[in-house]
Design a protein around this ligand. Structure first.
Ligand SMILES: *Cc1c(COP(=O)(O)O)cnc(C)c1O
Length: 367
């Protein structure tokens, strides 16, 4: 039996590099609570991501939950968002006792359809949470125009968009805030981790307070926060991994380009449109299997699995259609999102995947 190929595999520094880097912790015994490595990683990521300010978090989900909490929206307020995303995006809204209002997406790139946002705005709308899904950059100009017109906050879920630049600016510099995920399965990882980027410097103190239980000082707790701090072992993993990102992106680009050429030869499979003035991070390789393909999405998924290649149906089912929401959103008009979720398949993509393995994947798809 061939060895199992998963959709992703975590990039890691060498064992020696990491062990050497964590050695000082045995001197200081300072393992978490905003240590020196936490501070250093914040500084380096702020530069690397080209964002005005940044706060590290324990993971991407808490980054989003805390950012929404920080905005202080009234209970029951509405947030316009996309159902074509990881469940975390929707959960972060609902867990803040706010109401997700699902907007349809564009089939061309999977991001929120900005032309359908305005019709969903009511007097209860407070924010828009779009997702740069697979690193496909949303229409940030039009979303900002709408937000300005109706006085709404914009929080981007940029969990897939690490390192992406749009019109010469870090993607995390758009909107009021953006959240990143540094989960082990993401293109850059701190084992578990995440961050919020923003330009309003007041947010730094607010997030610092919220991620540390709302503790202001030894005797004062002035907010109902949580524990969302990144520990030093994770921060060091991030510092080590960050050093190798140029190599990681180069390696992924080679795979991406090979995939793209091969997929282009298969009838009925298309790729997302590419946006101008945008850099890529090659984090994922999503394909869209249309009606005129010789196999359905599920047939391709199944035959790959029989060959021990584990592609993923990201994002199927849509978050709005998940069991926990008990058919609440059954009648919402998210036609394109439902259609795309039945055609999408994310193929294996990670540093160290081999061209020969991609050839094999293509043969199985064609086969
Ligand atoms: C991974 C992911 C998150 C959550 O990040 P974690 O670090 O796993 O908590 C949120 N949104 C999207 C779109 C993601 O892919």
């Amino acid at each position: 039996m061939d060895k199992k190929i998963l959709v992703t595999k975590s990039s890691m520094p060498s064992y020696e590099e990491y062990i050497e880097a964590i050695k000082p912790l045995w001197e200081t015994h300072w393992l978490t609570n905003m240590g020196v490595y936490h501070a250093e990683l914040e500084k380096q990521l702020k530069d690397y991501l080209d964002v005005p300010d940044l706060s590290l978090m324990v993971n991407g989900h808490m980054a989003l939950e805390m950012t929404i909490q920080m905005m202080g929206f009234p209970e029951g307020a509405e947030i316009i968002t996309t159902p074509f995303t990881f469940i975390s995006t929707t959960h972060a809204i609902v867990r803040n006792r706010l109401k997700p209002i699902f907007c349809d997406i564009k089939l061309s790139d999977g991001t929120i359809d900005e032309s359908k946002i305005e019709e969903l705005i009511t007097e209860k709308t407070v924010a828009i949470i779009p997702v740069h899904v697979y690193g496909n950059v949303c229409n940030v100009e039009e979303i900002q125009r709408i937000a300005d017109k109706y006085d709404l906050k914009v929080i981007y879920d940029a969990a897939h968009a690490f390192g992406i630049q749009y019109r010469g600016r870090g993607i995390g510099s758009y909107g009021d805030a953006s959240i990143f995920s540094f989960h082990a399965t993401k293109v850059f990882n701190t084992i578990e981790g995440g961050a919020v980027s923003f330009s309003n410097h007041k947010y730094y103190k607010k997030l610092y307070n919220l991620k540390n239980f709302g503790i202001q000082n030894e005797e004062l707790v002035n907010a109902v926060g949580a524990n969302a701090k990144m520990n030093e072992f994770c921060a060091i993993m991030g510092l080590c991994n960050l050093k190798h990102m140029t190599k990681v992106f180069k390696n992924r680009q080679k795979l991406y380009e090979f995939y793209r050429e091969e997929i282009g030869k298969i009838q009925g499979i298309r790729l997302f449109e590419e946006k101008a003035y945008t850099t890529k991070n090659f984090a994922y390789f999503p394909i869209i299997i249309q009606e005129d393909c010789c196999k359905t999405r599920d047939e391709i998924y199944d035959v790959l699995k029989e060959n021990n290649i584990h592609a993923r149906k990201y994002f199927y089912p849509l978050t709005a259609d998940q069991a926990c929401f008990r058919n609440q959103y059954k009648n919402v008009n998210i036609h394109n999102a439902r259609k795309l979720s039945k055609q999408i398949l994310v193929l294996p993509m990670y540093e160290g995947l081999e061209i020969e393995q991609i050839k094999n994947i293509m043969n199985i798809i064609r086969g």
